[in-house]
Design a protein. Structure first.
Length: 198
């Protein structure tokens, strides 16, 4: 009878924690959406203002499409960062700590095992993210920017391309950039997969 009561209390606590997480997620999204949109808007305006004020020489030697891609990628990176930290990591951490405390109160050795396992998991995840995935992601993002820049610049200057009958040259140029992009992105995606397996 006491075991059943303890099990029901533990089950009720888990259900209550789940309901709390859902409620906090709803409230969190209501708060995060305007915050994220304001931040993204500010980044777009500030980046545009800064790029506009670069020298004419810089603009002459830079791909417009690449610059645009960097600005928009920066905007969406902030959205992903906010979502990851506030809507994924924070609730997961809350559930993990709550479960660890709940189980630790009833079975201290299990609480300790969960604490140690969690510390190992978080450390491994951080090490893989910073030291293994991030370097590859930086390279693949740079090539993604080059793809966007090559496309945008060829299409923006399409009149000039057509005037010189250079469609085949632009096709070949894009094919080379896309080929290198594919190699870099494949490496990044496989590193994500290896990290998930680990």
């Amino acid at each position: 009878m006491a075991a059943r009561r303890a099990a029901l209390i533990a089950f009720g606590a888990i259900v209550a924690l789940g309901a709390l997480v859902m409620m906090l997620r709803f409230v969190g999204l209501q708060a995060i959406v305007p915050f994220t949109l304001k931040t993204m808007s500010d980044v777009a305006r500030e980046a545009f203002a800064r790029v506009q004020r670069f020298s004419t020489d810089w603009h002459a030697n830079s791909f417009t499409g690449s610059t645009v891609r960097k600005v928009t990628r920066g905007m969406w990176a902030l959205d992903l960062l906010n979502d990851t930290i506030l809507m994924a990591l924070l609730p997961s951490l809350t559930v993990l700590v709550g479960s660890m405390i709940l189980l630790g109160l009833h079975w201290p050795s299990l609480g300790a095992v969960i604490a140690v396992g969690s510390a190992i998991y978080v450390s491994m995840t951080m090490a893989f993210s910073v030291g293994y995935i991030a370097p590859a992601a930086r390279v693949s993002n740079a090539w993604d920017t080059k793809v966007g820049g090559t496309l945008a610049d060829a299409l923006t200057c399409n009149v000039v391309v057509k005037s010189f009958g250079a469609e085949a040259r632009e096709d070949a140029r894009l094919a080379g950039v896309v080929g290198r992009w594919r190699t870099r992105v494949r490496r990044t995606w496989l590193r994500y997969n290896y990290t998930n397996m680990a």
